[in-house]
Design a protein around this ligand. Structure first.
Ligand code: AMP
Length: 420
C-alpha cells in the first residue's frame, strides 16, 4: 500500500476526498466549527509543499436537489483560505463540469469542487422515488449504479493521484470514498494523514498489550453499543458503563429504576453482556449512585440515590460522587482507555458533572502515560466543552466510522485502498 509520507507529489494533481461537512451558522452560513477543515490541513499542506496541486472534494449535508445553495461548499471557502494562510481557493460550481479548471490548474494551486451530493451518484441512491413502485425503485437503483461509473470516471479524470482523508465517511461505500479508488493504480492511491492517524489510534486500542485496558461506554442506548462492547470484551480488562444505558443493566439485575431510560426489550441482552464479560474475566463497573431528576429538564428538582434504588417518580440523569470516585480510580490505573458516550445528560449543566469528571480523569491518565482515545460525537463534544481535546492522546473525528471500525466491520473507504 502506498503511504502518503513517502510519496512525492511534485508535478502531480491530487484529488483529495476530505470531510468538509462542517456546521454553518443558520442565517449567515459562516462556519461555526472548523475542526474538520483543520483535520485536512496536514495532507493539503504536504501536497502543496511537495510542489503538487490539490483538488478537494467533499459532501455537505443531505441535499435533495442540484444545486441547493444551503448546502453549497462555497460557504466554506473563506474559512479554508484562512486556514491556508490566505491562499486563493479556486472553486468549481459543478463537480461534474470541472475538467477544464482541473486541466488549467497549476502546481501550488487549490481547487475546491462543489458538493458531491448534489448528484445522486455520489451516494448511489436514486432520488424522487418515494412514491414509486418496487419495480420502479429497482430500475432507478440500477440506473444510478450505472451512471455512477461515469461519475467516478469524470472525477478521476481530473487528477493523477487519489487521496482519501475523509474518515467521517469511510464507512460509506460512496463514489468518492470507495468506488473511485478502483480507477487509480496501487501506487497512485493512498490515505491522507488524518485517516492514518485515526487508524493508528484505533489499532492501538485494539492491539495494544499494555494493561489494564479499559473501555468506557456511555450514551443513551445499549442497542447502539452492543456490537462494539462484544468485540472489545476479549481484549479489555475493565468495562465501565454509564449514561442512560446503565438502567437497562440495573433493571435486568432486578434494581428499581423509576422513570429512567430503559430498553425493556434489551434486558436479556444486558444480562448476556454481563455473562460474557465474566467469561472473559472483564470487570464490569456499573454506576452505584446517581443524580436523579423529577423531569427531563435543566431546572428539574434533583436528588441522589443508589442507582438500583431510584425513586418511582424520578429518573437518573447523571452519575453521582461515589461512582465518579470509583470510575476515576479505575481510569487512573489503566494504561489504554477508550471512551465512547457521555455519563449523563451533559448538555444540561445540572447533569454534566459526571461526564466532566470522566473527561478530567482521562486527561490525567494521559498525562501519566496512558493511551486515551475519545470517539463518538457526544464524548468528543464533552471533551471539547471541558477544553481537554489537547490533553488526551487522540480525539476521533468519525462517529459512525469509528464505531464500525471498532466493531470489526470492513469500512468500504478503508478497504478500497488497503484491502481488508
Ligand atoms: P449516544 O448518542 O448513544 O452516545 O447518546 C448520547 C446522549 O445520551 C446524550 O444526548 C445524552 O444526553 C444522553 N444521555 C446520557 N445519559 C443519559 C441518561 N441517564 N438518561 C437519558 N439520556 C442520557
Amino acid at each position: 500500500m502506498q503511504l502518503i509520507d513517502n510519496y512525492d507529489f511534485a508535478g502531480k494533481k491530487a484529488i483529495v476526498r476530505v470531510d468538509f461537512n462542517v456546521p454553518l451558522h443558520k442565517e449567515t452560513g459562516v462556519v461555526t466549527d472548523d475542526t474538520r477543515i483543520r483535520g485536512a490541513l496536514p495532507t493539503i499542506n504536504k501536497i502543496l509543499q511537495d510542489g503538487g496541486a490539490v483538488i478537494l472534494m467533499s459532501h455537505m449535508g443531505r441535499p435533495k436537489v442540484n444545486p441547493d445553495p444551503k448546502f453549497s461548499l462555497k460557504q466554506i471557502i473563506s474559512k479554508l483560505s484562512e486556514n491556508l494562510e490566505g491562499k486563493t481557493i479556486l472553486f468549481a460550481d459543478d463537480c461534474m463540469k470541472a475538467k477544464q479548471q482541473a486541466d488549467n490548474l497549476k502546481m501550488g494551486e487549490v481547487l475546491l469542487l462543489e458538493n458531491l451530493r448534489f448528484y445522486e451518484e455520489e451516494e448511489g441512491k436514486p432520488r424522487g422515488v418515494e412514491n414509486a413502485s418496487e419495480e420502479q425503485i429497482a430500475a432507478a437503483k440500477k440506473r444510478v449504479k450505472e451512471s455512477q461509473k461515469e461519475f467516478v470516471k469524470t472525477l478521476a479524470s481530473y487528477a493523477d493521484v487519489y487521496v482519501n482523508d475523509a474518515f467521517g465517511t469511510a464507512h460509506r461505500a460512496h463514489a468518492s470514498t470507495a468506488l473511485i479508488a478502483d480507477l487509480f493504480d496501487e501506487k497512485s492511491k493512498m490515505f491522507g494523514f488524518l485517516i492514518n492517524s485515526e487508524l493508528r489510534a484505533m489499532d492501538k486500542v485494539i492491539q495494544s498489550n499494555d494493561t489494564p485496558k479499559t473501555a468506557i461506554m456511555g450514551g443513551a442506548k445499549v442497542s447502539d453499543k452492543i456490537q462494539i462492547i462484544s468485540r472489545l470484551l476479549p481484549t479489555i480488562d475493565n468495562l465501565i458503563i454509564g449514561g442512560g444505558m446503565t438502567y437497562t443493566f440495573i433493571k435486568a439485575q432486578g434494581g428499581a429504576i423509576g422513570n429512567s431510560l430503559c430498553e425493556t426489550d434489551k434486558l436479556d441482552l444486558a444480562l448476556d453482556i454481563l455473562a460474557k464479560a465474566k467469561e472473559h474475566n472483564v470487570k464490569v463497573y456499573l454506576p452505584v449512585d446517581a443524580v436523579n431528576a423529577d423531569a427531563f429538564a435543566p431546572d428539574a428538582n434533583t436528588s441522589v440515590s443508589k442507582t438500583n434504588e431510584t425513586p418511582d417518580n424520578m429518573m437518573g440523569l447523571d452519575i453521582a460522587d461515589e461512582t465518579i470516585a470509583q470510575f476515576s480510580d479505575v481510569i487512573a490505573q489503566s494504561k489504554v482507555i477508550l471512551w465512547n458516550g457521555p455519563m449523563g445528560v451533559f448538555e444540561m449543566d445540572k447533569f454534566s458533572k459526571g461526564t466532566s469528571a470522566i473527561a478530567q480523569a482521562l486527561a490525567k491518565a494521559s498525562q501519566n502515560g496512558a493511551f486515551t482515545l475519545v470517539g463518538g460525537g457526544d464524548s468528543v463534544a464533552a471533551i471539547n466543552k471541558n477544553n481537554l481535546a489537547n490533553k488526551v492522546s487522540y480525539v476521533s473525528t468519525g462517529g459512525g466510522a469509528m464505531l464500525e471500525y471498532m466493531e470489526g466491520k470492513v469500512l468500504p473507504g478503508i478497504a478500497a485502498i488497503r484491502g481488508k
